[in-house]
Design a protein around this ligand. Structure first.
Ligand code: PMP
Length: 410
């Protein structure tokens, strides 16, 4: 029977052996902000610089060829990972944020007219709100907001009722970074498509926790970041359906994205995906992302997901025993994220004090201020789990949390 060998898996992460503040073990529970990086991914990155660092695509020499093959090979690994039909549907970006801005600035500017409507939700990360606000201001669009209920789930009846004949695009996160809620994207896409609208998904928090199938989800665009998937910072992916990408104008101009440039007759642009990859990309990081995807899929998503759900249940149960602690967001279908507040204790104080135990959690608004305001809060504490976390770490965290709360209250 397959099971996750967590001890072996942990040994692949050099950072997990760090000790902090005297001799406390690092207990890293800030995985929703960024995941740690395993040795094979670090090695893939270093190997590029040690053996075949070269600019890609136009070089005829050996190193340029190897770098190009590795870069384009990563594109195919991503295609398979997200189950896209065609490798040309995979655009490398700097991250989720850039993917969303690309769609707003390229597709949005070309296709939306004054009075058109975009649906977003109240639980979006700021990076799936602000690009649409900027575009709305520029073009005279209306943003409509799908509400969230007490448990942290989207209100789907209201969602259906928000559509008008001017609704052109729905932009929602697959998984909420602040609460962990998994949104029913496939069902929501179906509604969007029935109304002739497109579906853009912010997948930043989903990719590390569940197998991804953009076709089954009905996503027209899907954006994510490598650094939340055991990969490096500085690189991400935008999936876009080919016929949409093909009709979209360039976003940024520069090298790599043109077919021909003439000062007299203007420029003609490359086909997707290169049309959207102006300039020298993050070559080493794209190659390391390939390795990160293989790493995570080799460890089997079902096993990782079951393991993380076990940690989530264990932590949630134990935390319910802490007097005055309230978990925010209790959707039945959640990724391994726990947001919580404690009566009589500021989130920031708890975060700073628990760091003294070696425990890394996040405190604040989690770049989701509209959601915080829905709950009448300015901030929560958030613990988020990854494949390498253990039940022992959960117990250590809950014990440390209890001590810290007593300290604050005394
Ligand atoms: N959306 C969600 C749901 C996120 O959690 C994050 C990262 N916190 C982002 C978007 C932005 O990702 P990045 O900063 O890597 O562009």
């Amino acid at each position: 029977e397959l099971r996750l060998d967590v001890e072996a898996l942990r040994a692949e992460f050099p950072v997990l052996s760090r000790r902090l503040h005297g001799d406390r073990p690092l207990v890293y529970l800030d995985n929703a902000a960024t995941t740690q990086t395993p040795r094979p991914v670090l090695d893939a990155w270093t190997d590029y610089f040690e053996r075949y660092n070269a600019n890609i695509h136009r070089g005829l020499h050996r190193l340029a060829d190897e770098a190009t093959q590795a870069y384009e090979g990563s594109r195919d690994t991503v295609r398979e990972f997200v189950n896209a039909e065609d490798v040309r549907e995979i655009v490398f970006t700097r991250g989720t944020t850039e993917g969303i801005n690309l769609v707003a600035q390229s597709w949005g500017r070309a296709n939306l007219r004054e009075g058109d409507e975009i649906l977003i939700s109240r639980l979006e990360h700021h990076s799936n709100i602000v690009p649409w606000q900027l575009l709305a201001e520029e073009k005279g669009l209306t943003l409509r907001v799908i509400p969230v209920d007490e448990r942290g789930e989207l209100d789907l009846d209201t969602y259906r009722a928000l559509f008008t004949e001017r609704t052109r695009l729905v932009c929602v996160s697959h998984v909420s970074n602040a609460l962990g809620t998994v949104n029913p994207i496939a069902a929501m896409s179906e509604v969007a498509h029935r109304h002739g609208a497109l579906m853009m998904v912010d997948g930043a928090q989903a990719v590390a926790h569940m197998p991804l199938d953009v076709q089954a989800l009905g996503a027209d665009f899907y954006a994510f970041s490598a650094h939340k998937l055991y990969g490096p910072t500085g690189v991400g992916v935008l999936y876009g359906r080919f016929e949409l990408l093909e009709a979209m104008p360039p976003w940024q101009g520069g090298g790599e994205m043109i077919k021909t440039v003439s000062l007299e007759e203007g420029s003609r642009f490359a086909a997707p995906p290169h049309r959207f990859e102006a300039g020298t990309p993050a070559i080493a990081e794209v190659i390391a992302l390939d390795r990160a995807i293989r790493w995570v899929t080799n460890h089997h998503f079902e096993l990782i997901s079951d393991w993380e759900q076990g940690l989530l249940r264990r932590a949630s149960e134990a935390m319910k025993g802490i007097d005055g602690l309230r978990i925010i967001g209790e959707a039945p279908h959640k990724a391994a994220v726990i947001s919580f507040v404690v009566d009589g204790a500021h989130a920031q104080d708890l975060g700073l004090l628990i760091d003294q135990y070696g425990v890394a959690i996040r405190t604040g608004h989690h770049c989701a201020q509209p959601l915080m305001h829905h709950y009448g809060l300015e901030a929560t504490c958030r613990a988020s789990f990854a494949a390498y976390n253990t039940p022992e770490e959960v117990d250590y965290f809950v014990d440390a949390l209890g001590s810290v709360i007593r300290m604050v209250r005394d």
